[in-house]
Design a protein around this ligand. Structure first.
Ligand code: HEC
Length: 300
């Protein structure tokens, strides 16, 4: 009930003291979200499948370092069911007809000392015929760790939550099984905070987290998750208290660098049939010019 009250209040004062940042002043970051198929953590971290494993493990190379440029090519190959990786694996055994392999997304983030704001903009790809989620044309989900609290998230963003035994993945045994982190630990901070926008009528913003299982509630930090189609594009924004304060909420402070990734379920889809970002990082008012996949979130 409390969250509803806040949301209504937020709408009421829109344009007033708690207005969203002036996005025209926030530098945009272009990202390629691609169709990952069944490229689970287990596949990515298997040297027989992916020759980059020694670079990831020994040299700590982030996925983005090698794939920011070719994520579109990867998505196009996977969605078409073409063999990829050094093992020539088919990561999409049932290629969805007409689905594009990737979408360009413009990402922005800002804060005001009290809240952090995220904005995502993209042009929806062609709508197919298959509807897996009848309610929501679009879901946008962002996950972030507590500033280095989830092993590997600094390199791979969300991949630590994506496993080969999840529903719709290669070794699925349980069609209800959703994301988890091996050795996830809520008290120890080893979890990804999760916030989600859903476009369906009457749907509410989701504020959850992923530990040894995915929870779609418990958080109190998310103030708003809004989205609308503006002309031929989607614009989705999140407004989140830096402090967090609920179960599965990471506090966001100036002293740390946070690892994140996000996914867009376009075209009424669900489970793994989404577009995903590579792993990125953000920090508050901290330049980090040597790290390509880092975003400096500047105070407005
Ligand atoms: C050091 C560079 C490097 C890093 C880091 C890296 N990759 Fe790769 N990746 C490659 C290369 C090269 C291939 C081509 C196939 C091969 O050699 O295994 C590839 C292939 C892939 C493929 C299959 C598509 C294709 O073109 O064959 C996926 C999916 C993929 N990588 C995802 C990831 C993810 C996710 C991460 C981070 C956990 C990552 N990669 C980290 C170099 C890298």
């Amino acid at each position: 009930m409390k969250r509803i009250a806040i949301a209504v209040m937020g709408a009421f004062v829109a344009g007033g003291a708690f207005a969203a940042p002036d996005w025209s002043k926030v530098p945009p970051r272009q990202m390629k979200l691609f169709y990952p198929g069944q490229s689970s953590l287990e596949w990515i971290m298997s040297k027989a499948d992916h020759s980059a494993v020694p670079d990831i493990v020994d040299k700590k190379r982030p996925c983005a370092k090698c794939h920011e440029g070719d994520a579109n090519v990867i998505g196009d190959m996977i969605v078409a069911g073409k063999p990829v990786g050094s093992s020539k694996s088919v990561l999409e055994p049932t290629p969805p007809a007409g689905k594009v392999g990737w979408i360009p997304v413009t990402f922005q983030a800002a804060h005001d000392g009290d809240k952090i704001y995220f904005r995502f903009e993209w042009v929806p790809p062609k709508i197919g015929t298959k509807k897996l989620d009848l309610k929501n044309e679009v879901k946008l989900t962002m996950m972030f760790d507590g500033g280095g609290t989830v092993d590997g998230a600094n390199l791979n963003g969300c991949w630590g939550t994506c496993h080969t035994d999840l529903r719709s993945m290669k070794d699925a045994k349980d069609d209800k099984k959703t994301k988890y982190i091996k050795g996830g630990d809520l008290a120890g901070g080893k979890f990804m905070d999760l916030i989600q926008f859903r476009s369906g009528k009457g749907e509410k913003p989701v504020d959850g987290y992923v530990t040894t299982e995915r929870k779609m509630e418990g958080g109190k930090g998310l103030v708003k998750a809004e989205g609308k189609k503006e002309g031929n594009k989607w614009v989705v924004t999140f407004e989140r208290n830096l402090a967090g304060g609920g179960t599965g909420d990471h506090a966001i402070g100036a002293d740390k660098i946070y690892n994140f990734g996000f996914a867009i379920h376009e075209d009424y889809t669900n489970a793994r049939f989404h577009y995903v970002s590579l792993g990125y990082q953000f920090g508050l008012d901290k330049a980090n010019p040597d790290v390509r996949n880092y975003i400096n979130v500047v105070k407005q």
